[in-house]
Design a binder for this molecule. Structure first.
Ligand SMILES: [Zn+2]
Ligand SMILES: [Zn+2]
Ligand SMILES: [Zn+2]
Ligand SMILES: [Zn+2]
Length: 435
């Protein structure tokens, strides 16, 4: 874990960029974590056991490992374990599903959340410095989730955080406003250590500042909507079930869900009613219909958030911690007030695109044949034999893929087994962008 010192310098450098600084740094932590993990998982048996018990990663991180961290070999090793364990579980239990759900949660989500908490603490700790507060405001503030996290965790700069966020809310409400883009800050030694030449990443691009403030930067929370997922959203999905599968062999319910999501996100432009959108679907709708459509939809949420912060000025005053030494000491009443405030700040879970996806997945009998991905098999009363057979086939391909990765066999021709890490991710975590 980086020292408090290096955490602050990373934060200060990243504050020179537009968009939620905590999203950006947490996303970078996850990327590094996945790269290191893909490498270590080849040999670390304890880590592989944890991944096996968790049934791999969540949808976002399963696809980020392949698409953003670009670690198909590590992913192949991990998902050979995961699918083997799923096959054994299903075979042993005679088709009972319960044990297919993971234990312990997604390790990459844990890494992201730990990192976000660390950077939020460092930020709140320094926000009484006018220069830091000004750069936060000029960059478009924190996303709503990380603002609420900062308020919940508290610290001596929590009121300065609210002031800066109010300033940012006023700015992003103006469609003509863009966050300042100073010249890229000089990278500190710690930032690039152990990393190859930096490449542009999804979170480097802010997109619309209002959308960024309400839902956070792309690719940080919820399923992936960049890279391989964006390609999947690009062309209209096949019109009928049974149409050719995607290159990673999505299950038929994944295909049905994808059509529903594509339709609902694409139709947002025709319907001006305000409403919530989850982070991935907000960004997908920006891609499909442009930022104006999504701004119209999320505008009332922004106004709601602004009123909440203004109304909560008193609560924040009570919540402000008494700074003592490097760690601010919170009073019990301050802690309570922050907890209350965080509850009132919470945004509901009313994404219309998510609702369309759920409705499509639950709509009617799924058909009795054909394999399903693990998440869809978990939620359905369908026979498990076709899925078992498909997963065994993927494991066999993964064995071949891993074997051919050995330098002794590198001259052997490459075949369809080269797709197996992607097929394994789709089988274990559903198709890109779908959970
Ligand atoms: Zn954020
Ligand atoms: Zn995750
Ligand atoms: Zn599926
Ligand atoms: Zn959604």
């Amino acid at each position: 874990m980086p020292s408090r010192h290096s955490t602050f310098f990373e934060l200060r450098d990243a504050l020179g960029r537009p968009g939620c600084v905590v999203c950006r740094l947490a996303a970078r932590s996850v990327r590094r974590y996945l790269e290191a993990l893909a490498f270590e998982s080849v040999n670390d048996l304890g880590l592989r056991a944890s991944l096996r018990h968790a049934r791999g990663f969540c949808n976002l991180h399963a696809w980020q490992l392949l698409d953003d961290a670009r670690e198909p070999f590590g992913a192949g090793i991990i998902y050979r374990d995961v699918l083997n364990a799923c096959v054994e579980t299903l075979a042993r239990s005679g088709g009972a599903r319960g044990d297919l759900s993971g234990r312990g949660g997604c390790l990459a989500c844990d890494a992201r959340d730990r990192s976000a908490a660390r950077y939020v603490d460092a930020l709140v700790d320094h926000l009484n410095e006018p220069e830091i507060a000004r750069r936060l405001e000029d960059g478009g503030g924190l996303c709503w989730r990380h603002f609420a996290l900062g308020v919940t965790r508290g610290g001596r700069g929590v009121r300065a955080l609210a002031r800066a966020e109010l300033g940012a809310i006023d700015r992003v409400g103006d469609p003509a406003w863009l966050p300042t883009r100073p010249a890229a800050a000089a990278p500190t030694a710690g930032v690039r250590a152990g990393n190859a030449a930096p490449r542009p990443t999804p979170d480097e691009e802010v997109g619309d500042p209002l959308v960024a403030l309400v839902v956070g930067l792309r690719g940080v929370h919820g399923p992936l909507t960049t890279g391989v997922a964006a390609r999947a959203w690009g062309p209209p999905p096949p019109a009928a079930e049974g149409a050719p599968l995607s290159e990673w062999d999505e299950c038929r319910l994944c295909q049905r869900a994808r059509r529903a999501v594509h339709g609902a996100a694409g139709a947002l432009g025709a319907d001006d009613s305000p409403g919530e959108l989850c982070p991935p679907h907000a960004w997908m709708a920006v891609d499909l219909g442009g930022p104006a459509v999504v701004r119209r939809r999320l505008g009332p949420s922004l106004e709601h958030l602004r009123e909440r912060v203004v109304d909560s000025a008193d609560a924040l005053r009570r919540a402000e911690s008494i700074g003592v030494g490097p760690f601010a000491l919170a009073t019990p009443s301050g802690h309570r007030a922050r907890g209350d405030l965080a509850l009132r700040l919470a945004i509901g879970r009313g994404c219309v695109v998510c609702q369309a996806q759920l409705a499509a997945e639950e709509d009617g009998p799924p058909g009795r044949d054909g394999p399903l991905c693990r998440p869809h098999l978990l939620g359905l009363d369908a026979p498990s034999e076709p899925s078992l057979a498909a997963w065994r086939g993927i494991v066999a391909d993964l064995e071949e893929y891993i074997r051919k990765n050995d330098y002794r066999f590198r001259d052997e021709p490459r075949g369809p087994e080269q797709r197996s890490p992607w097929r394994a991710a789709a089988a274990a975590a559903a198709g890109p962008g779908l959970r």
